[in-house]
Design a protein around this ligand. Structure first.
Ligand SMILES: Cc1cc2nc3c(=O)[nH]c(=O)nc-3n(C[C@H](O)[C@H](O)[C@H](O)COP(=O)(O)OP(=O)(O)OC[C@H]3O[C@@H](n4cnc5c(N)ncnc54)[C@H](O)[C@@H]3O)c2cc1C
Length: 380
């Protein structure tokens, strides 16, 4: 693919990730779907190859790239057709790590980043609660100061990497008196902290090789330096990083939709019916051409929004447009891809059947389509 947003170096990184995915992920990932997790040695291997350090600066063994690089990573992982594998990686690299990278003190960076970049420590981000998803400011988890640090109480819901991750970036209300969005702070909580448990491992429609947890904090004690950045700035940190999170979810969806189209065209070129291959039917060909057109348009919008994010330009409207458009597009494309596989598209464990199930969350998670359109409408 040629793009004005991607230089030769990034094109080389793209091709490195693509080869890695084709060689190490596609042939091996099927059992991870039943095991409900990606093996730790795979994540360590990805870390050792530098895939987790695209955003980290050189002093932490990274290469200091921006949101465009994250979208490239997401697209290429998405092409694996194993959405659970992809989100396991992205929840670490682009949901959890950015809080340490962007907002943490040097001491905290020193404590976490080298191991996170190496894939030794895997992170998760815990914002959503049983009664607060789209409405982030409605969260009820609290963190209170006591003489020896902070005590966290509450529950988090649907947390990717929550079962097998090593640390969780947790949002909690530190000022109950403050206006809903004002009194929230972020904490780095290690697995094994007293009072922190995995309540439930959640079984899902798709993303099967990713672990998803309900997390419980009952008098969970963390030290004073577990606070990320400044107290009461959590809501702003979350809103800032939402742009990156939404861009990588879009990248993942684009990679998945693109791969689904390729797989479907291969199928259409070999499957015969009514005296010829299905690809010869214009009605079929045009639906695939339309799918490709939508993907190409959505991809341009995604890279443009990532380019704005990298330049520090306010891009909430553009990213919200991207998240709404791509979340819907991947579902529309996968609907057609399953349709054109006929009965085989409905058979469990074919690639399109998995992609179809994996796509469903993309119009819900990380900002539902309706919520994204409201962000756009507010800025019209
Ligand atoms: C597999 C999976 C992984 C996830 N991983 C993480 C994670 O790692 N960390 C994390 O913090 N969260 C995670 N989430 C949570 C995810 O981001 C939320 O599910 C999502 O934000 C929606 O919140 P909700 O489920 O509470 O839905 P609700 O907020 O209850 O909304 C339900 C539906 O109502 C509609 N709706 C909501 N608000 C509006 C509105 N203002 N106008 C019109 N319609 C509206 C939308 O269609 C929405 O889908 C994950 C979720 C899933 C399922």
């Amino acid at each position: 693919m040629t793009s004005v947003y991607i230089d030769e170096d990034l094109e080389a990184i793209r091709s490195q990730i693509r080869h890695y995915v084709e060689r190490e992920i596609v042939p091996n990932a099927e059992p991870w779907e039943t095991e409900g997790m990606v093996p730790r040695e795979v994540l360590r291997q990805m870390g050792s190859l530098g895939f987790f350090g695209l955003r980290a600066p050189k002093e932490y063994e990274g290469i200091g790239l921006g949101a465009i690089a994250s979208v490239v990573l997401a697209e290429e992982l998405g092409r694996s057709t194993f959405g659970g594998f992809t989100i396991t990686v992205l929840a670490h690299t682009d949901l959890a790590v950015p809080y340490i990278l962007r907002f943490a003190s040097d001491d905290m960076k020193e404590r976490y980043l080298p191991a996170m970049v190496a894939g030794e420590t895997i992170g998760a981000l815990a914002v959503t609660e049983p009664d607060a998803g789209s409405d982030v400011a409605a969260m009820r988890t609290t963190a209170k100061r006591d003489g020896r640090g902070w005590v966290i109480n509450g529950a988090k819901m649907f947390i990717t990497n929550g079962v097998h991750g090593d640390m969780v970036v947790v949002a909690a209300r530190t000022d109950p008196e403050a206006k809903a969005s004002r009194g929230i702070s972020m904490f780095a909580v290690d697995k094994g902290a007293s009072g922190f448990t995995v309540g439930r491992s959640l079984h899902k429609m798709g993303w099967k090789s990713s672990d998803t947890a309900e997390l419980v904090f009952e008098g969970c004690r963390v030290p004073p330096d577990a606070l990320i950045g400044e107290e009461s700035q959590g809501f702003y940190y979350i809103m800032q990083n939402f742009q990156n999170e939404r861009l990588v979810l879009a990248g993942q969806s684009l990679g998945e939709a693109q791969r689904a189209v390729e797989i479907t065209i291969d199928h259409l070129r070999s499957r015969t019916a009514f005296g010829g291959v299905l690809w010869d039917k214009q009605a079929v060909r045009h639906r695939m051409a339309w799918a490709q057109t939508k993907i190409d348009a959505a991809r341009e919008l995604t890279y443009r929004a990532a380019w704005m994010e990298d330049r520090g330009v306010d891009c909430v409207r553009e990213v919200s447009e991207v998240k709404a458009l791509v979340g819907e597009t991947v579902n529309e494309v996968l609907y057609d891809c399953v349709q054109f596989h006929g009965g085989m598209g409905y058979i469990a464990e074919t690639e399109v059947e998995r992609l179809y199930r994996d796509a469903r969350i993309q119009s819900i998670g990380g900002g539902a389509t309706e919520v994204m359109l409201e962000e756009v409408a507010k800025r019209m």
